[in-house]
Design a protein around this ligand. Sequence first.
Ligand code: SAM
Length: 346
Amino acid sequence: MGELRGTHVPVLLERCLELLAPALGRGGRTVHVDATLGLAGHAEAVLEAHPETVLIGLDRDTEALAHARVRLARFADRVHLEHAVYDELPDVLDRLGYPGIDGILFDLGVSSLQLDAPDRGFAYAQDAPLDMRMDQTRGVTAEEVVNTYAHPDLARVLRVYGEEKFAGRIASAILRERERGRITSSARLAELVRESIPAPARRTGGHPAKRTFQALRIEVNRELAALETALPSALDALTVGGRMVVLSYHSLEDRLTKAALADRVRSKGPVDLPVELPGSGPTFRLLSRGAELPGEAEVAANPRAASVRLRAAERLDPNATEQGRTDRERSRRRVKGMHQPGTGSA
Ligand SMILES: C[S@@+](CC[C@H](N)C(=O)[O-])C[C@H]1O[C@@H](n2cnc3c(N)ncnc32)[C@H](O)[C@@H]1O
């Protein structure tokens, strides 16, 4: 395990701690899952703030786990570190014998460890073999995707996961290059992307290869499929009063998070009944208004925070009729408001 490069600053740390505190600090032993442990910046702060809390830290990257283990060594008696994809959470909880959890954090995407590693191929700015697997023990590499996908599949990956306007042109350039030989390096790929984009477009929107590299990383790691499965399982695992916080870094992740929460915070009963039918009320309440954005000071101190979107929710007590009634009234007022001319919903 090499030395860590650069300084890793956990994103929206104070806000995450503030949101998790009522769930983790409610007395007795509580259980917190860090679904994306990384270098354990958030996890360490949670363990420091909550001396009674047990941490279950997941990461699919064995190198990240090794660093986290060192960082969290002084908490070893209340920490479980697991090499797992976060959609395996139910199995992990079963195996460890924790039927319910009190808090869970998803800090999505890649870590600075992965981005800065000269040999892992995540960064377009450094030449490296085209790997991009977060879990280097299994799965296909970006090199295999780039050298084997048919044109329509490659173009779809770039368009959907990278929101790349020039997906078709880039895919064509990749296929032409493949006829000359295998594309094996991140620098060659970045150069190909740059050459396929019209000159005026190269001058806007950051590095021309940024979107292609994001798209390949999402495809290689099946990131969105894992997230789509993991979010409902995480919500199911939370006890009453338990809280989930999600930090997303692009619109596709944030959209999945918003949809998973929307499904739990709305009533499934008829709109015009004064009380909820048993089992039809909301099971969660939102703790964030829309997606929360970082403040200017946070972005200035930590450029990685620039694109973050935070959403959070708390599990409701199904027997708390007062809460159910209040939420129901609020939800009815909202529905009524949506039918007034000139009003809408965020
Ligand atoms: C942004 S970093 C987390 C940083 C961490 N919050 C900290 O303070 O150090 C994201 C981490 O999540 C891991 N990761 C991403 N997708 C994952 C998944 N589907 N399952 C498990 N770990 C994942 C990555 O390997 C990476 O180490």
